[in-house]
Design a protein around this ligand. Structure first.
Ligand SMILES: [Zn+2]
Length: 525
């Protein structure tokens, strides 16, 4: 075992190579091998940090080198790397982290022995440092039970906001408890932008030697692009990123934040690379992609799939307090239950079924904060509702309410209380998993199908007056639909749904609808 005393940046320069080139912040032999702006990011070792970056700005490399240097410098130090998908995590493991470790003579000589591990999802060192790699899109199961000192989130923008607290649990017992969030911004609704707003917001500023203004990388970046290279926004003189400096917009914030644009990267100043930025990206990319991937900035192409106008068109049905045979025409009804966890999210039940071939919702119950504190009350209430509406099946969210689901199965019957589990590996829309005694469902597909039905006006909600009433926390039920947002994810190569407020009513509706489809053998789509 070797003890090393140096800064993480010093460590990286001494021991790490990137693609056969020595890792340098300033390289006197190669002026394009320059990345001085990364120095504080490497040397702020024990603080929470957000990196809001364009694509291909050595984001994953930074996480890997930071992880490697922490592992070497701190015996027993534990790190967890998380990306949205297993594919991405494997790629990171093989092409970044383990490549760095395995090509470094220092690591092979001093930090590995016959007791250490070198596996795709786990690497251990002779100083007892551990490096875990997991993924968490539809569920955070792959990181449950891991206990570490530092968590590095990659492609943070593509993780679902609900899983972030679960992942963060992994470092909750540590004295360090460091979280590093890194990703490429998308819309202003995405959580990466929200975290950025709460951070110190360090931006790279390049002074102009002709007119003296400071050119901020986060404002009007298009005006800094000329065919020849970077220019001053005001006078058009050529400017050099190497003269730049970090400027902190909110020094009092607790979370460190750094914004990295492709424009400030050393190697992008080389003619060949700059031509690529100019001709292939600046002239050709759509605005949103140019801002997100090149400038590392959020861009508002926010897609709100559910609007008030759309909802009003389908909110034409009756609101029932009990079963009315003349309305439901002897068709079986179903109940969907979403268990709320926190932050304005509450337990919700939705009752509906097929009448005349259309799925219709007849009642929605949202439990308030006080009611939700008393699980017995909630369960009894659900049980009563189930009986009053003579429901056939109650379909419940597996995630947050597994204990409650077990109790409901005992109260009602195991055959009539179903658990619904969202999975990423689910190819078909849904499947029965006898082992877990639950239905496994592809989240994006079922959400997108439910939204589609509302858009086509092939699904009916209760009358608008009920949906717009202010209820729990002053919120109206329709707001659990309009909180949904949709973004295209390059990582997942699919649309990703998230919400910027509670969406429990929508989720309970999805479960309710799913139960009706499965039970009645009506195929979806
Ligand atoms: Zn100027």
């Amino acid at each position: 075992m070797k003890k090393i005393k140096t800064t993480p940046a010093g460590f990286a320069e001494a021991f790490i190579e990137i693609d056969g080139m020595p890792f340098r912040f300033v390289d006197k032999y190669n002026k394009y091998n320059w990345r001085k702006y990364l120095l504080p990011i490497y040397n702020n070792p024990y603080e929470d940090m957000i990196l809001k970056c364009g694509r291909q700005v050595e984001k994953s490399t930074t996480l890997a080198v930071k992880g490697a240097s922490h592992s070497a410098l701190k015996p027993h130090f534990g790190t967890l790397y998380v990306s949205p998908t297993s594919k991405q995590t494997r790629k990171y493991s093989n092409q970044k982290f383990r490549k760095i470790i395995n090509t470094s003579p220092l690591f092979s000589k001093y930090f590995t022995n016959k007791y250490t591990t070198d596996q795709v999802y786990e690497v251990t060192f002779s100083n007892f440092a551990e490096y875990h790699m997991g993924y968490a899109y539809h569920s955070a199961d792959s990181v449950r039970g891991v206990s570490v000192d530092m968590i590095t989130f990659d492609e943070f923008q593509d993780l679902l906001s609900d899983h972030i607290p679960v992942i963060k649990e992994a470092a909750s017992a540590s004295d360090y408890e460091i979280n590093i969030y890194s990703g490429t911004p998308k819309t202003y609704n995405n959580h990466i932008e929200k975290r950025w707003q709460d951070s110190t917001q360090n931006i790279w500023v390049i002074p102009c030697k002709s007119c003296g203004i400071g050119n901020r990388m986060d404002k009007d970046p298009k005006r800094m692009i000329s065919k020849q290279g970077l220019v001053c926004k005001k006078c058009g003189s050529s400017i050099n990123t190497k003269n730049g400096y970090w400027h902190e917009l909110q020094p009092d914030a607790r979370l460190k934040g750094y914004h990295i644009s492709q424009l400030q990267i050393g190697r992008n100043q080389r003619k060949k690379k700059w031509d690529k930025i100019y001709y292939e990206k600046y002239l050709k990319y759509p605005e949103a992609k140019l801002h997100n991937e090149v400038f590392g900035l959020s861009f508002d192409s926010a897609d709100k799939p559910m609007t008030k106008t759309k909802l009003k068109k389908v909110a034409t049905g009756p609101w029932l307090y009990e079963l009315k045979r003349d309305t439901t025409k002897k068709n079986p009804l179903y109940m969907g239950v979403d268990w709320g966890e926190n932050k304005g999210s509450f337990n919700v039940a939705v009752i509906g079924g097929f009448v005349d071939g259309t799925f219709r919702v007849f009642h929605i119950k949202k439990f308030d904060h006080k009611e939700s504190q008393d699980p017995d009350l909630v369960l009894d209430y659900l049980h009563d509702m189930f009986n009053i509406f003579k429901c056939r099946v109650m379909a419940c969210d597996h995630g947050a309410g597994h204990k409650e689901n077990i109790r409901l199965k005992k109260m009602i019957s195991p055959e009539r209380v179903w658990e619904i589990y969202y999975s990423s590996n689910q190819k078909k829309l849904w499947d029965w998993k006898p082992k877990g005694e639950m239905y496994v469902v592809n989240r994006s597909k079922i959400m997108s199908d439910t939204i589609d039905k509302i858009e086509r006006e092939e699904l009916q909600l209760p009358q608008w007056e009920e949906l717009e009433k202010r209820r729990v926390s002053g919120r109206a039920l329709y707001e659990d639909f309009t909180s949904l947002n949709k973004e295209y994810s390059e990582t997942l190569r699919a649309y990703k749904y998230d919400h910027d407020g509670p969406d429990d009513v929508f989720q309970a509706l999805v479960y309710c609808r799913l139960a009706a489809h499965i039970d009645q053998g009506v195929s979806i789509q």
